[in-house]
Design a binder for this molecule. Structure first.
Ligand code: AP5
Ligand code: MG
Length: 222
């Protein structure tokens, strides 16, 4: 049984940043439903065409579509040793579908990243991403205006303007925050303070994972 990690947190909390690092360190896939949808939009697939308008308003794509995407992704063999889910589940309906999808695969470790709203708005209004590969810009990338990973141009994400950010935050409170209640009783639910440097958040996240029985027995490396 591997590490089955779910990251929950509002827009800008650092889910993607942390998910990528922990997935790389463990050699397991990071499954980001936002990235999957943006790729579908870029490739002009049917899902992408339907999702584009919803995403640009900051609303949520329908549960059935999202559950179908994640069910298919988790059926692939590269998830046998675990996975890091970033941005899914986002509704109680998605969470109960996930429980059914992963039944028999070992416990889900669910970590909520908590960050004050003013800091979320600051991060998202200043974030730059690569227009080709979607990576967040680091300080060096932001200085040069090009992606540190692939060299393409940096742009603002289309849902990172202030009115859409406010809507995303509202929808998080209304539709996703109830998941904390859904998971709270679970012995493998943890909250971490996301309003610290990325390295400190990473350390807090790793000790949260280790503090669950399943994290400890899997020997998660720092
Ligand atoms: P998604 O792409 O998941 O967006 P989101 O949840 O709004 O979150 P973000 O990606 O904006 O933030 P993040 O928490 O990943 O933070 P990051 O690490 O980038 O979803 C987009 C849309 O797709 C949704 O609105 C919805 O329409 C649709 N969708 C996706 N999944 C869905 C689902 N399951 N159901 C229905 N619809 C779905 O960090 C943000 C910035 O802060 C970066 O610049 C980063 O460098 C910086 N940063 C990170 N950590 C720190 C730190 N510790 N200190 C300072 N800066 C930091
Ligand atoms: Mg993200």
């Amino acid at each position: 049984m591997g590490l089955n990690l779910v990251m929950i947190g509002p827009p800008g909390a650092g889910k993607g940043t942390q998910a990528e690092q922990i997935a790389r360190a463990r050699g397991i896939p990071k499954i980001s439903t936002g990235d999957i949808l943006r790729e579908a939009v870029q490739n002009d697939t049917e899902v992408g065409r339907r999702a584009q308008a919803i995403m640009s308003r900051g609303e949520l794509v329908n549960d059935d579509v999202m559950i179908g995407i994640v069910r298919e992704r988790l059926s692939r063999t590269d998830t046998a040793d675990g996975f890091v889910l970033d941005g899914f589940p986002r509704t109680v309906g998605q969470a109960s579908a996930l429980d059914e999808i992963v039944a028999g695969r070992g416990p889900l470790i669910v970590v909520e990243i908590v960050v004050p709203e003013a800091e979320l708005v600051r991060r998202l209004t200043t974030r730059m991403v690569c227009e080709a590969c979607g990576a967040n810009a680091d300080a060096e990338g932001a200085r040069t205006g090009t992606c540190q990973r692939c060299g393409a141009r940096l742009v603002q994400r289309s849902d990172d303007n202030e009115s859409v950010i406010r809507e995303r935050l509202k929808i998080y409170q209304r539709q996703t925050r109830p998941l904390v209640e859904y998971y709270q009783a679970s012995p493998t639910f943890r909250s971490v303070n996301g309003a610290q440097t990325p390295d400190r958040v990473r350390a807090a996240l790793l000790s949260a994972v280790l503090s669950t029985d399943s994290g400890a027995t899997k020997g998660v490396q720092r």
